[in-house]
Structures are given as C-alpha cells and as structure tokens.
Design a protein around this ligand. Structure first.
Ligand code: DON
Length: 581
C-alpha cells in the first residue's frame, strides 16, 4: 500500500513543478503545519488527534507516543498494531537519548530452515501468510516500558482513546476506506479477520461507514486495567497459541511468557554539523543511514543540487556499498557481533569513497559481502512536545495487515515479521533483500529490520524528527528527507513529498519515482552505465512523517523567521495528518 497510493495526487504534484518560478522549491507540496507547543504527525488523522489531545492535557511526547501507538492499532489496522512490533527513538529535553526495541522475536520452536522444503528450496509465502509467519509480538511490552520509564500519565489515561475508538467505532474517511479495501482480498481468507474488517456480505466498508472492533476493545481494556501481563499471560496469548497450533504455526504460550522488550543505545553520527540519532541493530536503519551520510559528506551535493545526475550517481554508489554491508553483516546483537565501529567510522567511508568513481556506475556483482518488490505496510509517527522532548516511532505488522490472521476472540491482527529473516542465504525476501547468515533464523532472535525512527539535533537542540514505512526503502526514504532539508533547502513538507530514488545493492538497479529524474538526468545516468527502473506511471513508496524545529526550512531557521514546530505528513499517506497546537 505504501508503495503505490496517492500516485495520482503525486503525479499532479510533480507536473506542477514546471510551474514553479523560483528555487529552492523543488516540489509543490502543502504548507507545513505550524504549532507553538507541540506537533504530532501520523499516518491516521484520528490517531494524530489522540496524540495532540494528550499533549494539550499536560502529557509529554512519550505519553502521546504511547496513546498514538494504541490508537493506531485501532484506526490503522494495516500497520498499527498490538500484534506486531517496532522501535522508539527518544531524545529528551535534557539531552538523554534512548532506544526501545520492541521488535518481534522468533518463536522458541523456530529453526534455521523452517521455510525450506525437503529439497532445500524456499516454500513460497510460507514466511508471509498464516501463523507460521508470525513472530512473538512486542508492542504492548514496548509501549509500557516507554510509559513507565519516561511517561507522566497513567496507563488507563493513555489507553482510553483507543478503547473508545474500538468500542464505539470510528467513521472511515476516503483514505481509511481505501486502505481497508486494499486489504480485502487478504482479510477475506481468515474467518475472524473477515468478520471484523469486512461487511457481512464480504464487501469492504466504504467512506462514511463505521468500523467497530469490540473484541479488540476488550483486550485493550484488560491491558489498561492489568498491564502487559493481560496480553502476555492472559487470554490473547492463550488464544493466539491455540489458533497457531490449529493453523500449523509454532507459537506457544511460553513464547509470550518469555518475551521482553529491551533498551539499546541508539546509533549516532554527525553529518555537516548535524547530529543523527537513530536505530541500532536489530535494525539496520541507523547504521546504514550513517554509513551513507559518511560517504556522501565529502561530495558537494548542495552545489550539485537535488536530482542532478552527479548527485544521483553519488547517492546510488553510497547506497550500493552500504546495502551490501547491511545484508551481510548485521543481525540481532544478542546473537551476532555487529561491526558497528567500523561501519560507522569516517575512515571506512573514506575507504569506500576511494572505490567509487563519480559519474560511473559501479557493479553490485563486484562488491564483496562485509568481511567477506515492495509495498505493504508499516507506519511511522513523529512527536515533539512543548519542552522539546522528541519521540520517533516506527512499528509494523510487516506486510499490509501482517499475516492476515486474527486468533478468535482477540481482534488482534498478527504480524508476518518472520519474513524479515534470511529464509535461505541468497534468496530475496518480500523486499527483494538478499541477506546472509548473520540474519539466519534462531529461537528468540529478532529479524533484521530497516525501520529507522530518527531524531536529528543541531548544537545540542532538537532539529528534525523523521521516519517512514517502506520495507528495505525505509532507510533511503529517511536519508533523503534529511538530505532534502540539510543539503537541498526544502521545507519539511517538500522534503517528505519530493520524488525519491533507491538502490539496495541487489537487484543492481536505480529505482526512481515519477518525476524524480528529468529526461536529461536519465540520459546522463544511462550514459554512466546505470540501469534505471521507474518513472511516470511507476510506483511511489514510503509515507514519511516529519517535524522541523524553529522554522519550516533550514533557511527560515537560520534567518530566525520561524517559531515553534513545523510538521508534515507525506501526501502518499492517504489517511494521515500533521497537527500542532
Ligand atoms: O522491519 C522491517 O524492515 C520491515 N518489516 C518493515 C516493513 C515495512 O516497512 C512495510 N511497509 N511499507
């Protein structure tokens, strides 16, 4: 879904580019939303309202993030969840940084070759559909850990809006309805999911109709009253384990009893005086964003400009080298040694740059592993409060509506995160990622992620909160939003809306959105030896949610023209909104 929605709207956006008289506007975009006291940007407008309400009633950004996390589980079932997992990057007003990892983990009965047949071939869709695809969910533990450590509000206060939205229902707008319609073919296959998300005749709900989720409301009420044990040691764990057994899965109640969220040290790096705080393994996101930024720092991107063939070539080469490292070297830190100090060092970036010939396409096949299709759903939200506490959250069911299954009586859509593991070295997953042994399946291991909830600071103060869904492209979407602000002078709305490019080592192609590359640039890149894939009529990807502090663009911040916070939701997010107060 995040791959192709809003294509029409977006095409209109890039056609109108030609009408713009002056730089630095590179993309026609809605004006950023301004707020003096706080800003919430999410992919679903009612969840945004929930977050703003918490801030208005004295909650801090973490309180708002917890309430939004539960609200999205109700109003954004394609990705919002309590049956999945994710990451929260925090940077508090006193400069403290933290990272809460509530990523799903492989069940205790998982084995390295569980998705292979007896000939050693990957069984198509075994890691994507049904109970065998489900990792042990982490969201409830993660949100509670964040609330207990950094929140100021009671759990009951933060769950109340989600409970109300599930119990009383909410009226679908056009965007909400189109997302549900997009999942209908998948949801109809599971009797419980069908009962909840489709009408009695199997048709999807339309705009103006009300979606109620009474079973989910009851589960949320029990979590509100009793905390995470209500989920991990109560009815949901038992019902999911039972349905899993009946559905040829391997989840057990023991998996739920032993799940724990963890706090990790965020990955941090510097780029042109900006300080990046982002996701560490088991995400590849922060490491790869930093590796790419380190390589790019020595190139004159600002002078060359957005979309110039030289800029694209340098970005693609940096992405190529960083993604081969991603796919071969990284994995769950409880299981493997991640070579972070090397991958994050400026010396290593220098080494890589020395191998790049700007203006000449490298060859992915020539790159050695370290030391040796897109779509679907996830969701990102960005929040900042009046004190400057910033929270960046990306969480997911992996594919759109996850594994497409709901255990009877729970109302909880379950993830298909097991597909993020390496089912077999050398065989691509849902996102075309060709990964290695470092990300092999093992009991209680978290699959390698690309989710990159990121906070950027400047001179010790929050500057930008950013992230996106988009599978393997999350990393380049987040990276490009930062470059668009820092190097290309875009305001926050332009930065999240501007057409994107992507390269991930394999397949050895430059993917580009409609209008990302001009005909002249395309011709130059082809001359340089690049294989291109995209353009008008092709897909768009990602749904970035961004906040800038102190101005709508870097120029305004420097000139002191802005005040407070400026937020923007990607126009590719059809149901989303940015709201300040
Ligand atoms: O963790 C990851 O990298 C993936 N499970 C994210 C999936 C995703 O972004 C799907 N949405 N577009």
């Amino acid at each position: 879904m995040a791959f192709s929605t809003a294509r029409t709207a977006f095409r209109f956006t890039c056609f109108s580019l030609t009408l713009l008289p002056l730089s630095p506007l590179y993309a026609a975009s809605p004006a950023p939303v301004q707020g003096d006291n706080g800003m919430v940007v999410t992919a679903q407008h009612l969840a945004t309202d929930v977050g703003v309400d918490v801030l208005k009633h004295g909650g801090n950004a973490v309180d708002a993030a917890v309430a939004v996390g539960y609200a999205l589980a109700v109003v954004y079932p394609t990705a919002g969840n309590i049956g999945g997992g994710g990451f929260m990057t925090l940077r508090l007003k006193d400069g403290t940084t933290d990272f809460i990892d509530f990523r799903e983990k492989a069940p205790l009965a998982a084995t390295k070759n569980m998705y292979l047949d007896d000939k050693g071939n990957v069984v198509p869709r075994a890691s994507l559909d049904g109970y065998l695809a489900v990792g042990v969910p982490g969201t409830v533990k993660g949100l509670e850990l964040a609330r207990e450590k950094y929140g100021t509000k009671d759990r009951e206060d933060l769950l109340a809006p989600a409970i109300q939205l599930a119990k009383d229902g909410f009226t679908l707008n056009q965007g909400d309805a189109s997302i549900l319609a997009g999942g209908a073919a998948r949801l109809v296959k599971d009797p419980e999911a069908k009962k909840i998300f489709l009408k009695a005749d199997g048709a999807p709900y339309g705009a103006g109709e009300v979606l109620k989720q009474p079973d989910l409301a009851k589960v949320l009420e029990s979590i509100s009253a009793k905390g995470p044990d209500a989920f991990y040691k109560g009815m949901p764990a038992e019902a999911i384990a039972k349905a899993s057994e009946a559905g040829k899965g391997i989840l057990s109640v023991e998996d739920f009893h032993t799940y724990a969220a963890r706090e990790l040290k965020p990955v941090e790096c510097d780029y042109h005086g900006y300080h990046i705080i982002s996701s560490p393994p088991p995400s590849s996101g922060g490491v790869i964003i930093c590796e790419i930024l380190n390589i790019l720092e020595a190139y004159p991107l600002r002078e060359q400009g957005y979309g110039a063939a030289s800029t694209v070539s340098e970005m693609v080469e940096a992405m190529r080298y960083a993604y081969v490292d991603r796919n071969s070297a990284l994995g769950d830190p409880d299981f493997i040694q991640n070579p972070l100090s090397k991958m994050l060092s400026k010396d290593y970036a220098d080494e890589i740059r020395a191998k790049i010939t700007p203006g000449e396409a490298g060859k992915s096949a020539d790159l050695k592993p370290f030391g040796g299709k897109e779509s679907t759903e996830t969701t990102h939200y960005s929040i900042i409060d009046k004190d400057g506490n910033a929270v960046s959250v990306t969480y997911t069911l992996n594919g759109s509506f996850g594994a497409g299954v709901v255990a009877p009586g729970t109302g909880i859509l379950l993830n298909n995160e097991m597909d993020d593991f390496t089912s077999k070295p050398g065989v691509a997953n849902l996102y075309g990622l060709v990964q290695g042994e470092a990300n092999a399946i093992a009991p209680k291991k978290a699959p390698l992620s690309s989710m990159s909830p990121t906070i950027v600071t400047k001179d010790g103060k929050p500057f930008m909160v950013i992230g996106s869904p988009g599978g393997s492209r999350i990393i380049t979407i987040t990276l490009e939003a930062i470059l668009n602000v820092v190097d290309f002078g875009m305001n926050i709305s332009e930065a999240v809306n501007a057409p994107r490019i992507h390269h991930q080592w394999q397949p050895d192609k430059v993917y580009y959105e409609p209008c990302a590359l001009s005909p002249d640039t395309i011709a130059k890149l082809k001359d340089m030896g690049y294989t291109l894939d995209g353009g008008v009529g092709g897909p768009v990807w990602g749904q970035a949610a961004g906040i800038l502090v102190g101005g709508k663009s870097l120029a305004d911040i420097v000139d002191g023209k802005g005040h407070g916070y400026y937020g923007a939701i990607d126009s590719r997010a059809v149901a989303g909104s940015a709201k300040g107060y």
